[in-house]
Design a protein around this ligand. Structure first.
Ligand code: SAH
Length: 242
């Protein structure tokens, strides 16, 4: 072989190896950050459900945030995802998921797809996930992202989650990831017997109560978990239309 061509091959191959090892190194760093997050920010705060911890360890949160925020993807805080919206703090994702008490055969409805991160965590734990996002651009990006990551059990649609997704009801669990001043009745209707709903409930901008609603014998029971801060639900329930 011509020495110049040979040299060209060697350089190209070295560059290929270098890129691979850089990517590997980066993935290892993210994995270490994920381990720290699960241990320090989630497990130490009392979440001991192994299935949830495994799911949080598996889902690559850095792939759900804008590139400029990737280095902070595993920090103990919410992060901006564009369109004035945020991806929740990892602990809050785990806490809300915990209170859904998901079983592998469950069907879940999520209101507020955002980045699709919570939907991915749900998809690791349940059979089917349906998620509604009111901002079309976010719905589209989340859908593409979840598809690219191989989540075949998640469906995303753009629309007002206030009305739920009756086609696939009843749901074993409903999670609302935007704050609502009242418990949306349509969503209670779409919850099956024994179903669980977790939502940030409250009309205040910077303070709501994370609430668990259970449906038994057609009636609902409420339980408060802790104080949280979520972006408000817009659309039908939004300001002036209550
Ligand atoms: N679960 C998301 C974070 C959600 S932030 C994640 O894991 O990234 C709350 C989201 O709720 C925002 O994207 C916002 O656009 C959406 N939202 C607000 N009102 C809504 C409504 N009525 N129906 C559906 N989505 C809504």
């Amino acid at each position: 072989m011509d020495p110049i061509v040979k040299l060209g091959f060697i350089i190209a191959f070295s560059l290929f190896l270098l890129t691979c090892s850089q990517q590997h190194g980066e993935e290892d760093l993210y994995q270490a950050a994920r381990r720290r997050m699960v241990k320090e920010d989630i497990q130490k705060r009392g979440i001991d459900d192994q299935r949830i911890l495994q799911a949080m360890l598996k889902v690559k949160r850095h792939l759900f945030v804008p590139e400029s925020y990737r280095p902070m993807a595993y920090a103990d805080r919410p992060l901006p995802i564009g369109e004035g919206q945020t991806i929740s703090q990892p602990y809050i994702v785990a806490l809300m998921t915990y209170h859904l008490h998901l079983k592998p055969d469950d069907k879940v409805l999520e209101i507020g797809t955002g980045s699709g991160y919570q939907a991915a965590v749900l998809a690791e734990l349940a059979k089917e996930v349906y998620s509604i996002e009111i901002i079309e651009q976010l719905a589209r990006t989340a859908h593409e992202r979840l598809q690219a990551l191989g989540y075949t059990n998640v469906q995303v649609k753009s629309g007002d989650g206030f009305f739920g997704w009756p086609t696939h009801a009843p749901y074993d669990a409903v999670i609302i990831t935007c704050a609502t001043p009242t418990i949306p009745e349509r969503l209670v209707e779409q919850l099956g017997e024994g179903g669980r709903m977790v939502l940030p409930l409250g009309a205040e901008r910077f303070h709501q109560s994370l609430t668990v609603v259970t449906k038994r014998g057609g009636k609902i029971e409420r339980r408060l978990i802790t104080d949280v801060v979520f972006v408000p639900m817009t659309g039908e329930i939004g300001e002036g239309k209550k």
